[in-house]
Each structure stands twice: as structure tokens, then as C-alpha cells.
Design a protein around this ligand. Structure first.
Ligand SMILES: Cc1cc2nc3c(=O)[nH]c(=O)nc-3n(C[C@H](O)[C@H](O)[C@H](O)COP(=O)(O)OP(=O)(O)OC[C@H]3O[C@@H](n4cnc5c(N)ncnc54)[C@H](O)[C@@H]3O)c2cc1C
Length: 377
């Protein structure tokens, strides 16, 4: 364990072994806390395993506050990479990518320039380029591009390898990971958490619990504690495009809601398309056609050799703002729930949760007091 001693008595339980739960557990343990992580399958088996692995502030119609939070998280990712790589012992192929947010008309330009203003205000590196410059950067692009924002502060990685490194690093710091262990209830006595009921009939005593169960949050917290939380399971479909003999892309491209990013090994992700089926999302011809149409319209010169459609589910929260902090009315229960860009937000969620538990420092995001009204039982 690399962290110093702290005043937390007993074990902190983290429920959920996605990127958020593993990152929270890793940071708590690195700060000297005794941590047990409960994961019903294996690390990365939820939404994380289907993520494109982009750490990309401003990947949707985010406002200035959300973009600034993304910038904060990106800086923490950069700070934590070397140690996770070294302790985790796995190269997960992270790379800086240039990301062109393309515009083809006045309305699109206005929106991209608004994002550019919010990004530079947040200290992120981005600049406006005209259409001719965009075409010089990426030869395959459509001539209809009138200009765009070149975003230099994006990182891409192989998320499955990253999850191996992160869970290795967490275990090396002392986290006990209980794989295949499902939490089925919480025992709250005298207004504070006492233990977690497990699927095999046993229980785990803990001094605090951090719920990092992504899209499962609303159902679990309603069943266990009677809260009605604004977290929805949000179905998403994306494409994996193989390069074959096609030339690799010189930069990532975002246009009309489609994000097209090359991984270091050449695989291109194009996503995502909303799917109202949520947890039951299945690959569909309609989603594939919509995504391929977006790719063909903005990068007509890119001809992938193979196409695979992936359907998955992530949590969605209002304004894509994470829900994090102490659950009102019960001592010792914390939420760490991201929205549809939870890979980006994992580092800041982990840091703010660890700082709160260990040092009592409350990040400004962490005010969950309005949720007191959401108690239904
Ligand atoms: C197609 C797609 C592409 C995406 N691309 C990106 C991207 O490029 N960048 C980005 O930032 N975000 C992306 N996202 C979103 C991102 O994947 C998620 O926001 C993020 O992975 C959420 O992490 P998490 O740890 O909160 O949740 P999850 O990864 O879903 O982890 C929750 C874990 O909790 C476990 N669990 C649930 N209930 C219990 C229980 N009762 N007991 C024990 N364990 C339990 C589950 O098994 C699961 O492993 C994408 C999502 C999708 C679907």
C-alpha cells in the first residue's frame, strides 16, 4: 500500500467493478483505506467493457460547467496514468488524438464555436481551422466541410487492457476484489450503513459503501433504500470498423452526433446511436445504417473492410452530470454514478470520493441534498 494512514475505521465497500468503481477503490486504497470491491461478474463487465475508451471532454451537447468538469477529469487521468501503468503492469496503448469537430453549415459552425469557447475557457487546447486546413489534415474528408474545431486534449486507449491494469493496480494497493459477488441489499441501522447483504446469503460488514453500479443504480437504490433517482439505463449502439487495406485516419472526426476515432491498433470506433431498448439493446440494421451514413457523409474517402455492430447500455443522468456524494439522510452511503461519458469522468469521480472519505473535502459537484425529496419509502 503506497498511501499514508488515515482515520477511517473498518472497511469501505465499493459496489460495482466498472471503470468508476475500480478507480474509486484504487484511489481509496492508495490513500491508506481498507477497501473491498464487490463485482457481480468481473471488472469491466458492464458498460465499461463496451466503451470506446475515449477520454474526451465535450463529447456531446455539454454546457460550460460540464466541459470544465471533463477538463478536471482529463488532468487527473494524465496524473494517474504513469502509476497505473507501472503498478498495473499492462500497456493499454493510450495515445493523444487530434479530434476535428466538423461543421458543414452556419448552424453547425455556431454550435462548434460555442463548444470551442467553453473548451478554451476550461483551459483545454483547441483551435478553429477553416475548411481547407481541415482537408489538409485529413484527406478523406468531405469537401462540404466549411471549418471546424481541432481539439488537442483527447486521449484514446484499449479500455479492456486498461481495466486489467487498473484492477491489477487496485489489488496491488490492497483492494480485495470479490469477483462474482452480487450485492442484494443494504442493512441500515440507526440511520447508518452496517453491512451489505450478498447474493449467497452472507453479508459484508462495512463502515461506508460507495455505490458505483452505473445503469443498475436506480433499480437498486429504489429497492434497497426507497429513493427514486434520476438515472436511466440508456441503450447505445456503435460500430467497430476494420481498416483492412484502407489508409488509417489522420485525426478523429465528430460530426452530427457521430464520433469516429481510430485506436492505436487501427480499429475504428464510430458511435453512438441511442437505442430506447436500454438494457435490452440489440445490434440493429437501422442503427448500423444510420452510423455508416454519418461516416460516409463526413469521410467519404474512408472505406472500411469489416463492420461489427455493438449494442450496450450505460447510465444516463440529467445534463450528463454525474451523481456523486453522500446520499442524504443515511450516514455512510455514497454515490459515484457517471452518465454516458463515464470513462472520461471516472478519474474525477474517484478523486472526489477518496478526498471526501479520507480528508472530508467536499467537491462542489457533490451536493445530493435535492435527492432527499426523492425518497419514496
Ligand atoms: C457503446 C458505448 C460507447 C461508450 N464510449 C465511451 C467513451 O468513449 N468515453 C466515455 O467517457 N464513455 C463512454 N461510454 C460510457 C461509459 O462506458 C460508461 O459511462 C462507463 O463505463 C460507466 O462506468 P461505471 O463503472 O459507472 O459503470 P459500469 O461499467 O456499468 O460498471 C458497473 C458495474 O457494477 C456491477 N454491478 C451492478 N449491480 C451490481 C450489484 N448489485 N452487485 C455487484 N456488482 C454490481 C456491474 O456488473 C458492472 O460491472 C460508452 C458507452 C457505450 C455503451
Amino acid at each position: 500500500m503506497s498511501g499514508s494512514q488515515n482515520n477511517i475505521a473498518g472497511t469501505v465497500a465499493v459496489v460495482g467493478g466498472g471503470v468508476v468503481g475500480c478507480f474509486v477503490a484504487y484511489r481509496l486504497a492508495a490513500m491508506g483505506v481498507s477497501v473491498t470491491l464487490l463485482e457481480q461478474e468481473g471488472p469491466g463487465s458492464g458498460s465499461t467493457g463496451d466503451s470506446a475508451g475515449n477520454i474526451q471532454p465535450a463529447s456531446g451537447d455539454d454546457d460550460a460547467y460540464k466541459i470544465a468538469l471533463g477538463a478536471e477529469s482529463l488532468a487527473l487521468w494524465r496524473r494517474r496514468f504513469p502509476q497505473i501503468k507501472e503498478i498495473g503492469g499492462v500497456d493499454f496503448g493510450e495515445q493523444d488524438v487530434r479530434h476535428l469537430y466538423a461543421a458543414t453549415n452556419d448552424d453547425e459552425e455556431r454550435e462548434v464555436r460555442r463548444i470551442l469557447g467553453d473548451m478554451t475557457a476550461a483551459g483545454l487546447r483547441a483551435e478553429w481551422v477553416d475548411g481547407a486546413t481541415a482537408l489538409e489534415i485529413e484527406l478523406h474528408l468531405s469537401g462540404s466541410i466549411t471549418g471546424g474545431m481541432l481539439h488537442h486534449d483527447c486521449i484514446q486507449m484499449d479500455l479492456r487492457l486498461f481495466m486489467v491494469a487498473l484492477s491489477n493496480a487496485a489489488e496491488a494497493e490492497g483492494v480485495v476484489i470479490q469477483r462474482g459477488t452480487q450485492a442484494v441489499g443494504l442493512d441500515v441501522t440507526g440511520g447508518r450503513i452496517k453491512s451489505i447483504a450478498l447474493g449467497d446469503g452472507s453479508s459484508l460488514e462495512c463502515s461506508s459503501v460507495v455505490l458505483a453500479i452505473g445503469a443498475w443504480t436506480a433499480r437498486a437504490v429504489s429497492d434497497w433504500l426507497g429513493f427514486d433517482l434520476p438515472v436511466e439505463p440508456y441503450g447505445l449502439q456503435k460500430l467497430h470498423l476494420s481498416l483492412g487495406t484502407a489508409a488509417p485516419l489522420n485525426c478523429a472526426v465528430r460530426w452530427n452526433g457521430v464520433n469516429i476515432v481510430s485506436r492505436k491498433d487501427g480499429l475504428v470506433h464510430a458511435g453512438s446511436r441511442f437505442d430506447s431498448a436500454g438494457f435490452d439493446s440489440q445490434p440493429s440494421a437501422e442503427a448500423q445504417e444510420w452510423l455508416l451514413g454519418g461516416v460516409a457523409a463526413i469521410i467519404p474517402g474512408f472505406q472500411p473492410s469489416g463492420i461489427e455492430t455493438i449494442a450496450a447500455c450505460a447510465a444516463s443522468t440529467p445534463g450528463r452530470i454525474p451523481l456523486a456524494g453522500p446520499l442524504p439522510g443515511i450516514e455512510g452511503i455514497y454515490l459515484a454514478v457517471s452518465s454516458t461519458d463515464g470513462f472520461l469522468m471516472a478519474a474525477v469521480l474517484a478523486e472526489m470520493t477518496a478526498e471526501l472519505l479520507v480528508n472530508g473535502e467536499m467537491h462542489q459537484l457533490m451536493d445530493l441534498s435535492p435527492l432527499a425529496q426523492a425518497k419514496t419509502a
